[in-house]
Design a protein around this ligand. Structure first.
Ligand code: FES
Ligand code: FES
Length: 178
């Protein structure tokens, strides 16, 4: 077993984990953060995308021990209180999801894009999301949603303080100091 210290969605955790445990399984099975889904077993679909230390990663291709000492933001850490992140709002308003299985990964990957490129073209969005697969929507509305969120973020900025979850299920979790 390996000891890890990791901050997830604003909550600090100390845990003992198998060295082979994937980050996505740590998030889902140990911390109960089932908002991050597993969509494949080939690291292709991108549904499991989270932010690790400021960059989006497929959490099924990262070991939990690689997050030791780091910060993870999942889709469940984006909202600030009752206020959705502009990308969440935009996906809802632009009908950018059907089954919703790909949506957490799409939003996390799009968030990474918009941090780097606040004014992307449709081609930029498609390129940034090429590692994220959607079986339902045909992508048109997803691209539209990301562009609309980008415009909103340029106007008003992002509610970037991490959402500290109020539904912390783990007894190992404690709020990180401000
Ligand atoms: Fe991670 Fe598909 S579950 S890429
Ligand atoms: Fe169903 Fe994208 S909305 S996979």
């Amino acid at each position: 077993m390996a000891h890890i210290s990791v901050n997830v969605d604003g909550v600090a955790y100390e845990d003992e984990v198998e060295p082979r445990l994937l980050l996505v399984h740590y998030l889902r099975d140990r911390l109960g953060l089932t908002g991050t889904p597993v969509g494949c077993d080939t690291s292709n679909c991108g549904a499991c995308t989270v932010d690790l230390n400021g960059a989006s990663v497929k959490s099924c291709s990262v070991l939990a021990v690689q997050a030791d000492g780091g910060e993870v933001t999942t889709i469940q850490g984006l909202a600030v209180g009752d206020a959705w992140h502009p990308l969440q709002k935009s996906f809802h308003e632009q009908h950018a999801l059907q089954c919703g299985y790909c949506t957490p990964g799409m939003i996390m990957a799009a968030r990474d894009l918009l941090k780097e490129n606040p004014d992307p073209t449709p081609e930029d969005v498609r390129h940034a999301l090429e590692g994220n697969l959607c079986r339902c929507t045909g992508y048109q509305n997803i691209v539209r949603a990301v562009l609309a969120a980008a415009a909103e973020l340029r106007r008003h900025g992002a509610p970037e303080p991490r959402g500290v979850r109020s539904d912390v299920p783990s007894t190992t979790g404690q709020e990180a100091p401000a």
